[in-house]
Each structure stands twice: as structure tokens, then as C-alpha cells.
Write a protein that binds this ligand. Sequence first.
Ligand SMILES: *[C@@H]1O[C@H](CO)[C@@H](O)[C@H](O)[C@H]1NC(C)=O
Ligand SMILES: *[C@@H]1O[C@H](CO)[C@@H](O)[C@H](O)[C@H]1NC(C)=O
Ligand SMILES: *[C@@H]1O[C@H](CO)[C@@H](O)[C@H](O)[C@H]1NC(C)=O
Ligand SMILES: *[C@@H]1O[C@H](CO)[C@@H](O)[C@H](O)[C@H]1NC(C)=O
Length: 357
Amino acid sequence: MTHSNNINVCFLFLLFIASTLQTIVVGEPKVPCFFIFGDSLVDNGNNINRNTTTKVNYFPYGIDFPGGPTGRFNNGRNIADIIAELLGFDKYIAPFANATNQDILRGVNYGSGGSGILEETGHLFGDVINFKEQLSNHEVVISRVARLLGSESVAKQHLSRCIYSVGMGNNDYLANYLPQYHSKTTPYTPRQFASLVIAQYSKQLRRLYDAGARKVAVFALGKLGCIPQQLAAYGASDGSSCVETSNNVVKSFNEYLKILIHYLNSNLADAKFVYTQDTSDSESYGNISNLSEPCCGVSAEDGQCVAGSAPCSNRDAYLFWDAFHPTEAASLLSAKIAYDHMSPLFAEPESDAVASY
Ligand SMILES: *[C@@H]1O[C@H](CO)[C@@H](O)[C@H](O)[C@H]1NC(C)=O
Ligand SMILES: *[C@@H]1O[C@H](CO)[C@@H](O)[C@H](O)[C@H]1NC(C)=O
Ligand SMILES: *[C@@H]1O[C@H](CO)[C@@H](O)[C@H](O)[C@H]1NC(C)=O
Ligand SMILES: *[C@@H]1O[C@H](CO)[C@@H](O)[C@H](O)[C@H]1NC(C)=O
């Protein structure tokens, strides 16, 4: 038997062990780590000790979450929590604000309510963590990961196997462009604004890639013209239950985002970016029947639930929790749709998975 045959036998044996382990280890997540960037749709407590008006660590937020209010912007789990569950994690991904060394090897949630892609977005709300700062926080976490794993190259290997989800842009529209657009005080057309925001996003996503991300789900914007805050501010369009001018404005962002994703995939080696939607075109909402009114009583000032007020009791029948945010029931539906879109990031053939070691 030649030396090289020995190596082959040995290699096959390792493969055998690897595949056996894969089948016998139960409860392992589909990927080793999950990093989350975004706004209030994913924030799980990062804002609560900051000087911002965009924080909701008070009842009735969290009424359906074990332990009550945590800073999540609805009644229970948010979309990031549910996607983490679908990926097989047995604990939610920890907020950057207090993630321990043990936590960060499984990923970190950097989400911050009120934040956006443009640096000025969210300034209105005080000290929120915009995408640029979330990336800086990630770079801090990466150096901690490298120290924990003993070297930068092992850390790089680890980080390349994680899934990254990025959902930004809602506030660039809701709190920045749309108010100006509706009052016609903005110098930008919808296409000009979308290209400005996407140009910035492009640089930021590139920075995430440079930090070692290789499997990235980037979320499209939903129909922002259908949320209670928009309806209250501008009124539904004729023949629609939504503000169609706002929906149309947001379409430019999604159009350019698709082009950006294609560009990143063609230009960044070994990277997979996936354009991820969290709503389906069929608009079927299961048992959710109330599609336009918030479940809790909202403050006219900021659209958040009035502190201490009693929310609706049939929360699973509502799409919206407050003037901006979906209920846990709605988040369950959108998480499943998003998870299906994300599947190219973790449903790769076995041979690729082995080869990547
Ligand atoms: C970390 O933050 C979360 C959310 O803000 C909170 O529920 C949890 O108790 C905190 N844990 C520690 C150890 O501070
Ligand atoms: C918090 O922010 C407000 C408004 O931005 C500012 O006036 C106030 O001084 C800040 N408070 C602290 C403790 O930094
Ligand atoms: C709708 O509600 C029924 C009765 O509570 C339940 O059995 C069913 O699973 C629900 N459907 C969805 C899509 O959640
Ligand atoms: C939706 O909820 C609001 C507030 O709770 C209620 O007034 C309204 O009748 C509901 N609409 C539908 C269609 O259920």
C-alpha cells in the first residue's frame, strides 16, 4: 500500500466519521453562527440603556415573551428570534449590548430601533446605532472571536461559515425621506433617493464582506405604505387600504437592491448574497384578520404603545402590534417566508461543506 493510498483511506475514514456525526448529533443548528444587523424589527435590547426615545422596555411590550419586556418592539418574539429558532439555535442570539464570550461564537444581534443606512437617519431619536456603527461593533466582536479561537485565520474560517442577516432601510424611508416627500420639501426624486441610499449600502455590505462574511441575507423593504403610522399620517389611497404613494417610493429601493445583490455576487469571490423578502405576493395572512389597526393603544407622538396600557386580547388576529411593528403572529409568517428565501445560504451540498474545511 502506498503512502498516498494510506492518506486516501484515512481521508475516507474521516469523511465517514464526519457524516456519521452529522446524522447522530441532534439539535445542532444548521450553521454554527448567526449575526444580525438591523433596526427595530430585530432589536432585542440594544437600545434600552441608551439615550434614545426609541426604546420599549416597558409593558405592554413583551406581554407574550417569557420574562416580559426586553426591548423587543412587539408582544413576543421578533423575526430574528424566529429565524434563529428555524435555523436550529436553542437560545436567541444575544444582543451586542451584553453578549458574553460564550455568546459571540454563536453570533451577535446588533439591531437598533430607529437606525438606518444613512448616518443622519435616526438622529431625531437620539443615540441609536446606525448601520455604520453596527459594523464597527461587529469588528470589535471579530477581534474578540479571534482571541477566543486563538488566531485570526481560525476566526476567519469560523466567520465564513456563519449566516449574516441585514435588514436596513425602513427608517431611511419612514423617518427620513417619506415625511419630506409627502410635504414636498425634498430635493430628491424617489429614484435619486434610492440610488443615494443604495450607494451607501453597497459600501457597507462590502465592509461586512471584508470582515469575513460570506453568506449574507439582505432584506428587501416591505410595503411601508400599509403600516398604521402611514395610514394615520397620509390616509389610504383611493381604492386601496394602503398609502400607495409610499409603497411606490419604496419600490425603487428594492429594484436597486436587487441590482446591488447581483453586482456583489459577481464581484466578491466566494460570497453569496441573497435578496430576501419577508412577505409573499399572495398576501395570505392565515388567521390574521385585522390588517390595519394596531393591537395596542399607540401614542400619537411616537407611534409606540402607551406605557402600561392594556393591548388587544386576541393578538394573533392582528398584523400590527403598534403603529410601526408587526405582532409576533405576523413575524412568524414573515420569518418563514424569509427563511425559505435564505435557504441557499445553508442548504448547500454536503461535499461543499466538507471541502470548505
Ligand atoms: C442582557 O440583555 C438582555 C436584553 O437587554 C437582558 O434580558 C438580559 O438580562 C441581559 N443580561 C445580562 C447578563 O445583563
Ligand atoms: C440625551 O439626549 C438629549 C437629546 O438628544 C440631550 O438633550 C441630553 O442631554 C442627553 N442626555 C444625556 C445624559 O446624555
Ligand atoms: C388558525 O387557527 C386554527 C384554530 O386556532 C389553528 O388550528 C390553525 O393552525 C391556525 N392557522 C394558522 C395558519 O396559523
Ligand atoms: C381592527 O382592530 C380595531 C382596533 O382594535 C377595531 O376597532 C376594528 O374593528 C378591527 N377591524 C377588523 C376588521 O377586525
